[in-house]
Design a protein around this ligand. Structure first.
Ligand code: WQD
Length: 339
């Protein structure tokens, strides 16, 4: 079966391509290379000895996308990652996010609904919950007003897909609400490639440990948590990648009752920033240089997943530990320095 992966050279996309190929799927990748490089294609091939078909296409290019689908009528499913994902950048440049994440999504859907039966997995985020009233966060927690245009594009994106599935009986979709993806493939052939200064915690930690950054700033230790720092659900990117394959197989295997379903994808375990630092020091044997600074605007105090629905309905559960993810992130960082 042939599966299209949009944004397939990105961090989560590339790991999902590997997981798909490991399960015997033929993969076609489209990516506009705005936040990735062709080196990632080499990394995927190194791991699986199979090079996915690759086309450099921007989903905003309506005619390019149309031509692609004319020549790829045999796609059985689409996993849609291609989108901008920097929270801070989305606040500064909301229109860039609404165009790139939503207009492009509508063009993709307009092509999908012309094909025969279609199955779509959508890359969403726990950001849609904002600061949830109850922890762990379940899928029926209320979607709150987004804290950023980026988070808003995930909320609106889900609604666009839900409405399309409701009217197009040939399209079914699953939205996966990720918690915090971290780590890298254990081979260190692929991993996270943050552009410029990393916004996320773990790449900043590994770049500090390798002395690419002077020290990590911990954004606030005066939150109402055990050690005062924010709590998140850090999930190994390979666990997340495998969840995409399992969700796709749910759509490919049998008709589901609902045409649009949502699943939280996390470990179900919350870890504070200081606990992640400690776990990194244990996993790497490196002492981390950090200082406590003021809070970062927009941060929620705590977010970790209620994984019951994914465990019971998808039959998926995260297998890798926080320490394993940090060890793989560290191996990847050390490999990059040599590159
Ligand atoms: C985690 C914790 C920070 C950096 C965001 C998006 C989410 C997804 C993942 C795209 C927080 C603290 C961080 C640093 C720090 N993005 N931190 N110093 O904000 O939970 O989630 O990225 O899909 O949608 O919302 O992740 O890694 O930025 O922060 O203290 O240098 O680490 O305050 O408590 P976040 P993060």
């Amino acid at each position: 079966m042939k599966i299209l992966v949009t944004g397939g050279l990105g961090f989560i996309g590339s790991h999902t391509v590997v997981a798909l190929q490991n399960k015997g799927y033929e993969v076609v990748v489209i990516d506009n290379l705005s936040n990735s490089s062709l080196q990632v294609l080499e990394g995927i091939t190194q791991i699986t000895s199979k090079t996915p078909e690759f086309q450099k296409i921007d989903l905003k290019d309506k005619s390019g996308l149309h031509d692609f689908f004319i020549n790829h009528q045999d796609i059985s499913g689409v996993i849609h990652f291609a989108a901008s994902k920097a929270v801070g950048e989305s606040v500064e440049n909301p229109l860039l996010y609404y165009e790139n994440n939503l207009a492009a999504l509508t063009y993709l859907l307009q092509n999908l609904v012309k094909l025969d039966k279609q199955n779509m997995i959508f890359s969403s985020s726990c950001t849609v919950y904002g600061q949830a009233d109850e922890l762990p966060i379940s899928e029926d927690a209320p979607v709150k007003k987004a804290m950023s245009p980026y988070g808003n594009t995930k909320q609106i994106g889900e609604e666009i897909i839900r409405d399309t599935c409701a009217t197009e009986d040939k399209l079914r979709a699953i939205s996966l609400r990720y918690f915090n993806p971290i780590g890298a493939h254990p081979s260190a052939e692929i991993g996270e490639l943050p552009l410029g200064t990393p916004q996320n915690l773990v790449p900043f930690i590994t770049q500090t440990a390798i002395s690419k950054r002077k020290e990590l700033s911990v954004f606030g230790d005066d939150y109402p948590t055990s050690d005062g720092t924010c709590i998140r659900d850090y999930i190994h990117v390979m666990d997340l990648a495998e969840a995409h394959v399992i969700a796709l197989e749910r759509l490919l295997s049998a008709p589901t009752k609902d045409t649009f379903e949502v699943f939280n994808v996390g470990t179900g375990v919350g870890s504070s920033v200081l606990e992640v630092i400690k776990a990194f020091e244990n996993a790497s044997g490196e002492k981390l240089n950090y200082k406590i600074v003021g809070r970062r605007a927009g941060d929620v105090v705590a977010a970790y997943a209620d994984t019951k629905k994914a465990n019971e309905i998808l039959g998926w559960k995260a297998k890798r530990s926080l320490e394993q993810a940090l060890k793989d992130a560290w191996t990847w960082e050390k490999t990059r320095v040599k590159a």
